[in-house]
Write a protein that binds this ligand. Structure first.
Ligand code: ADP
Length: 458
C-alpha cells in the first residue's frame, strides 16, 4: 500500500516536472532566439541605413566599413552588404559558398526576411545563426544584408538556462519526493495500525483503541474498528458467561437425574417415593430440553436457516399452548396469566415459530414477575397487521439495558439471579422479523414491561 501510494504520487510529480521543464525550456529557447532575432533586425536596419548613405554618397567606403565593423563587433556578428547587379543577381564569394545561402538570397532579393537558427557554414567552419534582410530603398530591393552570428554563443546561453530549469526540476522532484514519502507514510500509518491491531486481535491478544482524530475516512475507519473491537470484546465476554452458565445448567440436571436413577436402581429410593422422584426427574428433563432447544434455535438462526412453514391458524390455540408450557413456573410463583383476545382470531403464520415467540415472551413475563403477579396476553387486529402484547407488572427493564435486550446473549444485570441465557428475545425478534413483523418493548424499571409484536394481517 505504501509502495503503491508513494510510487503513484512520485510518478505524477516526475511527470508534471518533466512536462513543465520541456515546456519552459522550449519557451526559453524561443525567447533567447527571438531576442537575438530582434538584435539582428536592429543591426540590419542600421546596416540598411549605412548602405543607403553610402549609395547616396553621404559616406565613403571606409566610413561604411568602419560603421559596419563597429556594429559587427558590438553584436558579435559578421555583416555583409551585397549589392545586386542590374539583373538582381549576386555573385557570392567563396566565403559565402554554402548551398543554403543561394536559396536564402533568392528569398531576400524577392523582399523577404530569412532567419535560420542553426546552419553549418563552410566559410566560418562553425554552426552559425543566419539572418538575411533585403537592402531596400524607396525604389525597391537593391541588394541583401547578410548577418552571421556564431551559434555557439546563443547555444551556451540556452544551455545555461536549460541547465537551471532541469536543475530546479530535479531539486523539486527530490524535495517533492521527500514530501510524498512523508505524506504516504502518514496515509498508511493508520491502516498499518489497524492491520497490526487486527493481527493481535486474531491471536486473542489485548488491543488498545486506535487513536485517529481526523474527521476523514481514516478517522471513521478507526472509529468503526474501535466499536467493532468493543462489540467483539463484549460478545466474547457474553459468550464466556454463556458457556459458564450452560455448563453449570447442564451439569446440575444431569447430576440430579443420574443420582435419582442410581438411587432407584440401588434401592436407596423406596418404591413408594418413586412418584415424587419421577416428578423431579421430569422437571429436570424439561430443563434440559428447554436449554438444548434454545441452543439449537440460536444455532439455526446463526447459520441463517429460518424456514417458515405458514398455515392458517387460530391464535388463541397457540397462546393457550404457550401458557400451558409456562404453567409450572407460573404455578410456582403464583402468577396469574390472563388472556384478552378474540377467540376466533385467525392468521397466517408458522405455528411453531409463533408458539416459540409467545412462549419466550410469556416465560420472561412470568420469570421477571413478582410473586403473585399478573401477566396479561392481548391480541387485536389492526388495519394492516395483528398486534400481540405480553404485559407484566414485574421488575421492568432499566433504561440503560433497553437498547440491548434483543441482542444475542445479552442479560441485564438484574436478570443474573434468574435462569436464562440471553437468547429468548433474540430468538423472538428473529422469528417476528422472518414474518416481516416488528417487535417493541415498553418498560419502566420497577413498574413492569410490555412487549408487543406484529404479524402482517392476512
Ligand atoms: P433471558 O434468558 O436472560 O431472559 P432474554 O433474551 O429473554 O434472555 O431477555 C434478555 C434480557 O431482557 C433479560 O436478561 C432481562 O434482563 C430482560 N427482560 C426480558 N423480558 C423481560 C421482562 N418481561 N421483564 C423484565 N426484564 C426482561
Amino acid at each position: 500500500m505504501f509502495k503503491k501510494i508513494f510510487i503513484t504520487y512520485l510518478s505524477i510529480l516526475i511527470l508534471i516536472m518533466l512536462v513543465l521543464s520541456v515546456i519552459i525550456s522550449s519557451l526559453a529557447d524561443n525567447y533567447v532566439y527571438g531576442e537575438k532575432e530582434k538584435v539582428l533586425e536592429g543591426v540590419a536596419f542600421k546596416a540598411n541605413e549605412a548602405a543607403q548613405a553610402y549609395a547616396d554618397g553621404e559616406i565613403d567606403n571606409a566610413q561604411l566599413t568602419d560603421e559596419i565593423d563597429a556594429m559587427g563587433y558590438i553584436t558579435n556578428t559578421k555583416i555583409y552588404i551585397i549589392k545586386a547587379n542590374s539583373s538582381a543577381h549576386i555573385e557570392l564569394t567563396s566565403e559565402l559558398a554554402d548551398a543554403y545561402l543561394r536559396d536564402a538570397l533568392e528569398k531576400v532579393l524577392s523582399g523577404q526576411k530569412v532567419y535560420l537558427r542553426e546552419q553549418y557554414s563552410q566559410g566560418f567552419d562553425a554552426q552559425m545563426l543566419f539572418a538575411g534582410y533585403p537592402w531596400k530603398d524607396d525604389a525597391g530591393v537593391k541588394g541583401a544584408i547578410l548577418l552571421f552570428s556564431p551559434e555557439k554563443e546563443i547555444a551556451s546561453i540556452v544551455a545555461d538556462i536549460r541547465f537551471s530549469i532541469w536543475f530546479t526540476a530535479l531539486a523539486f522532484v527530490l524535495i517533492g519526493g521527500c514530501v510524498v514519502y512523508l505524506v504516504s507514510k502518514k496515509i498508511v500509518r493508520p491502516i498499518k495500525a489497524i492491520d497490526a491491531a487486527s493481527i493481535k486481535m486474531a491471536k486473542g491478544e489485548p488491543v488498545d483503541d486506535i487513536v485517529i482524530h481526523s474527521k476523514d475516512e481514516m478517522g471513521s475507519l478507526a472509529r468503526s474498528f474501535n466499536s467493532m473491537k468493543e462489540k467483539l470484546r463484549k460478545n466474547e465476554e457474553l459468550r464466556q458467561d454463556l458457556i459458564g452458565n450452560i455448563s453449570h445448567d447442564l451439569r446440575t440436571p444431569i447430576t440430579n437425574i443420574n443420582g435419582f436413577i442410581s438411587g432407584m436402581a440401588d434401592g436407596v429410593i423406596k418404591a413408594e417415593d418413586y412418584p415424587k422422584y419421577i416428578g423431579i426427574l421430569r422437571q429436570e428433563a424439561r430443563r434440559l430440553m428447554n436449554l438444548t432447544g434454545e441452543i439449537l434455535e440460536t444455532a439455526k438462526i446463526q447459520s441463517g436457516i429460518i424456514e417458515l412453514h405458514k398455515s392458517r391458524l387460530l391464535l388463541s390455540a397457540i397462546v393457550r399452548e404457550a401458557i400451558s408450557a409456562n404453567e409450572l413456573l407460573a404455578h410456582e410463583k403464583e402468577v396469574i396469566i390472563q388472556v384478552d383476545m378474540d377467540e376466533e382470531l385467525s392468521m397466517d403464520a408458522d405455528p411453531d415459530k409463533l408458539g416459540q415467540v409467545l412462549y419466550n415472551l410469556i416465560n420472561n413475563a412470568v420469570k421477571y414477575s413478582h410473586h403473585k403477579g399478573t401477566v396479561i396476553v392481548t391480541a387485536k387486529r389492526l388495519e394492516k397487521e395483528i398486534e400481540i402484547c405480553v404485559k407484566d407488572s414485574g421488575t421492568g427493564i432499566a433504561a440503560d439495558d433497553l437498547p440491548y435486550i434483543f441482542d444475542r446473549y445479552y442479560r441485564a444485570e438484574k436478570a443474573r439471579g434468574k435462569t436464562g441465557y440471553g437468547l429468548g428475545l433474540c430468538i423472538a425478534k428473529t422469528y417476528v422479523e422472518a414474518h416481516e413483523g416488528r417487535i417493541d418493548v415498553h418498560s419502566t424499571e420497577g413498574e413492569g414491561s410490555r412487549i408487543c409484536f406484529t404479524i402482517p394481517n392476512s
